[in-house]
Design a binder for this molecule. Structure first.
Ligand SMILES: [Fe+2]
Length: 238
């Protein structure tokens, strides 16, 4: 049976995660031993490269995963399990994320089309396993933004120190975890795709809660990430 590129990718990812699970390893950046991660990383990158080669944008377009919005960048869920979640993010020119973390997850970002700029920052919570621990003794509640999925906010926003910046084009695979850095991603000003940029994000395990760093508002917001579409079907705005 010949599988479509996206299905083939999901099958290869499921196998890669299952293989490590069967060896008794937890899949997350904190508990997974380096040799298990290296094996996983190599299989995941192989599967992502294959998907890019065979699928290009067309397969993701056909699945209904490429949806742009003039209001904000969109997150479009392709597949999810207990081990991982796979989503397509669509960025118009001028759109970008806030500085954010990825909980305990490994995060791989493959550029499918256009160019994105990633800026990395040192993570003030690197190594902290308890989300409730304040980063500063002065930390206190802040007024949260009126957005779906917001759980709360605290002030002040810790000082964010930029540690690196780069632009990535089609076929590039970036990797990040909370032990390494926080980051912000935006559509690069010199993107060569008319609509903006399209990226494929793989998080393992799925990210259930994120911290969004807002220096302008001097607060850190905790939020349950939401989706613009799931399985190619538009999710109703709450
Ligand atoms: Fe991210």
């Amino acid at each position: 049976m010949v599988l479509a590129p996206v299905e083939e990718l999901c099958a290869a990812l499921a196998q890669a995660f299952e293989a490590e699970r069967e060896l008794g390893y937890e899949i997350n950046y904190r508990d997974q031993p380096p040799d298990s991660f290296q094996r996983l990383d190599s299989r995941v990158r192989g599967a992502l490269q294959q998907a890019f080669k065979t699928g290009d944008l067309a397969a993701f377009q056909a699945g209904g995963y490429i949806n742009f919005s003039s209001d904000h960048y969109t997150r479009n869920l392709v597949a999810a399990s207990d081990d991982y979640e796979l989503m397509v993010l669509c960025w118009r020119k001028g759109q970008g994320s806030r500085v954010h973390n990825h909980a305990a997850a490994h995060g791989w970002v493959t550029v499918l089309g256009g160019r994105v700029e990633e800026t990395r920052y040192s993570n003030p919570r690197a190594g902290m396993e308890d989300d409730s621990v304040p980063t500063s003794p002065r930390e206190g509640p802040a007024v949260p933004p009126p957005l779906p999925g917001v759980l709360g906010a605290v002030t002040p926003c810790p000082q964010l120190r930029e540690t690196g910046r780069g632009v990535a084009g089609p076929g590039s695979i970036l990797y990040i975890n909370d032990g390494q850095a926080l980051h912000a991603v935006r559509c690069a000003d010199d993107t060569d795709l008319e609509e903006g940029a399209v990226t494929l994000h793989l998080y393992a395990p799925p990210v259930r809660r994120v911290f969004l760093y807002e220096p302008d508002q001097d607060r850190v917001v905790q939020r349950v990430p939401g989706f613009f579409s799931r399985g190619g079907v538009r999710v109703a705005e709450p």
